[in-house]
Design a protein around this ligand. Sequence first.
Ligand SMILES: NC(=O)c1ccc[n+]([C@@H]2O[C@H](COP(=O)([O-])OP(=O)(O)OC[C@H]3O[C@@H](n4cnc5c(N)ncnc54)[C@H](O)[C@@H]3O)[C@@H](O)[C@H]2O)c1
Length: 368
Amino acid sequence: MKTISVPLGDRSYSIHVGSGILQKLGGLVGEIVPASKYFFVLDENIESSHGQIAMHSFSEDTDACSLRAVESNKTMDSIQDIWSAMLSYGCDRTVPLVAVGGGLVGDVGGFAAATFMRGVSVIQVPTTLLAMVDASIGGKTGINLPIEHSGGQVVLGKNLAGSFWQPALVVADVDTLNTLDDRQLRCGLAECVKHAMLGHEKLLTWIEQHLVEIFARDTSTLVELVSECASIKAEVVAQDERESGCRALLNLGHTFAHAIEPIRELSLCHGEAVSIGLCASVFCAEATGLVDADYVDRIRGILTNIGLPIRLPASVNIEELVSIMQRDKKTVDALIRLILPTEEGATIVDEIDDGAIGLAWASVGASA
Ligand SMILES: NC(=O)c1ccc[n+]([C@@H]2O[C@H](COP(=O)([O-])OP(=O)(O)OC[C@H]3O[C@@H](n4cnc5c(N)ncnc54)[C@H](O)[C@@H]3O)[C@@H](O)[C@H]2O)c1
């Protein structure tokens, strides 16, 4: 088992990455947050498999509720359901919440824990690659909010309500990835590529060279991949917990991604939207002179080799996309803030020409 520290003073915690550690979850959690009982929020798809292994590893009393991991469930109704289940189980402030599942369950479970009785401990047990390398680390929790657009169309604005609530512990057992389908594994790789683009050229090359082992679910390769990527995220979070500076760089590609992910007709998973968002951001960076054409080709080539989309699956109007981007959390006074790649990493660009954004969207298949 590898252990990565997230040093945040009295909110510091460890990320354990390994194989066969779900069976030991109860002991690992008991060392950090001893309690007489624990409440679980389980991803419905893995409730009877990894969820049961996790719960049975505890000798204390446990209870659980489950959540179907779809973005339309990332709502206040789900939070209310979790709070109600916690109350029925007799939870008080001493009962920790253990979230077992992908990033969606981690975000919703984390927000329920952050707000129940003004906050109870949360343990993140990610079961997707994306959640292991990104969502479970750093304490961002939250839900989507409906936004009405011109013409009365309602889309879910991504993560528009939430809180920073650091977990007490993160336990990532790569064995859980054996049941994850290739599409979701690719989605996780989109976030790994994004982490690598933040100045970790060696990791980018390593990912390219280890795709066969990754898709074969080779245990030691997955432990290395998850611990490398988790270390990158942990380091950034430790420097800037509340995203007042460098943590914003982790949003590379995400302002674009968050505009397309909620469009139901596109049927994009988060990681697929991130992949297209990364492509839009490299084109935008090329248009503003931050990277050259070779860099654009390299990133598009890696994403293609992974099997991720690099263009929109159907055309979407550029104006509509820009209007959704203007509602992004990072937007101030309707000015879109972008994180764009550079040859060495990424940079925050506050004043971006609408033309460059339009060109970037056009380059991934959006229409005027
Ligand atoms: N908090 C953060 O910092 C942060 C960062 C990145 C993404 N996110 C959020 O994370 C969410 C995406 O997370 P995700 O990609 O993990 O998707 P997800 O949680 O929606 O899970 C994807 C699918 O995989 C299934 N699944 C989960 N584990 C499985 C397993 N081991 N075997 C088989 N199936 C399994 C789920 O039931 C679901 O159908 C988005 O809502 C995104 O906004 C949050």
